[in-house]
Design a protein around this ligand. Sequence first.
Ligand SMILES: [Zn+2]
Length: 539
Amino acid sequence: MRDDFLFLIWGHGQDLWLVRRFREQAGRYGFDALDLYYIAACTPREVSRFCRNIFEANLRVVPYMWRFYYRGRDLVRKPCLTDPKYRSKVVRRMTELTEALYPYGPPGYTLGDENFLAPHGVDVCRSETCLAKFREYLKRKYGSLERVNEVLGANFPSLELLVPPTFSEAKERGLWALWAEHRRFMEEVFDEIHDLALEAIRGVDPEARVGFDGPGPTDSWHGYDWAKLLDKFRLMGTYHRLPEIEIVRSLARKGTLLGSWYGGYIAQRRPELLRWLPWSMLSLGYNSCWYFSTTHSEGAFAPDLSPHRHFLWQLPEMWAIRSGLGKLFVNCEKLHDGVAILYSQPSVHGATLSGEIEGWREAHRGTILALRDLGVGFKYVSYLDLRERGARALEGFKVLVLPLTQALSDAEAMAIEEFVSRGGFVVADLRPASMDEICRPRDGGMLSGLFGARLGPKPEPLDAEGSVRWDGLVLSLKSVRADASVKPEGAKVMGQAGRTPIVLVNRRGEGCAILLNFALSGYEGLRGNEEAEPLLSLL
Ligand SMILES: [Zn+2]
């Protein structure tokens, strides 16, 4: 199975007559495996029976084992992910369930659909165990209370009394770094609980490919640090959304069962879109397609078992991929044209905190779409890789793009300087490296020397018309959102909006640093209309 592209469908394992018929239909129409919906509450005996039922339909089983999910607003997460009782329950259940599943050789195990730490804006978790662990984390990192107060700009009389601020408290009291540290710590907690479940499964099935599916947006609250999660995961089922679909395929390890949900969703019911999606996944380097679902309002089959029209739209494509093309492509590596985009989770928090000008996801989406429209192949590189391997992490790349990359560590900034000194090109937008990795503002921006420009202490948002003159090219940009605090300090100004520089070029030996003092966030809305052209020409 690992040497072929896999088509998976969401479904159930029960004995019920109609459910059985739906599974048979799924097998008959060519699916390889069934995502066995939520077995966390099932007994091992039930799970074994479900597996046999699914096998009878000529399908393999990808079990949906658990769900790490929270919809509440309370700052004590329920369940709390560091509660020892909850953790041992997860380990026990993962072990029991895997013992029942193992004989059926699952091609992958998903730890849940739509797993996330908390909804947008909910700064969990203030449970006793999470607070205690957070204090330990700070102590381990900074050594003493004095140092914690000094570095994080706080004034706690004792570590035991330290409580992380909520986002609004952090903004009000200037506790950006403490808030960012808490977000980073909670990302570790989220990563850890997945690790715990993953290790329990691997204790029974050492080759198990484990991860989760259906991620929400990359932001400061959902808990995803893709660099950490994808290091251990060997399964990931995304939604077909930007920028996650590109980040995930870039950072996933070799051998990961990599899929994306598509299918009966109301929003996807257009023939050309449904025909395109499986090919899009294949060409992005994914090795599976996940169809939602067998039945119900978004299912492939009607209650009389006949296939829905929208299911039939994509069927010829599914069969074409299954007829050998999938096998041909599944071990191919997706190439790039020497362009890297940096994924930096600290910068996600940086953008949340600075927030005055643009959003992080929008900036990445705009950048990806513009590169795609230019036909330029790219790949994400992670901040952890850059931190650990320095400029070597950028070997094979000629250009590094930094969309809204505002929070960088010294090591990352040095690696970028080295990359340029060796002839690399770096392209940044708004306020690159204006904070360190825990979101403490840096005076003038850490890369000011590299870009030959100085950033003011605070962004000064400016909406204006811009014009660019470069190499005989004269472009006018109808509206850009720039930072009026930027002042050139050695860079050549190639474009301006009023008196604010919007394109600054600083040559460094063979290399070059280009500061676009505006994000490409707006590009998505301009696509296909004439205002997009000057932007593409500039790039
Ligand atoms: Zn907790």
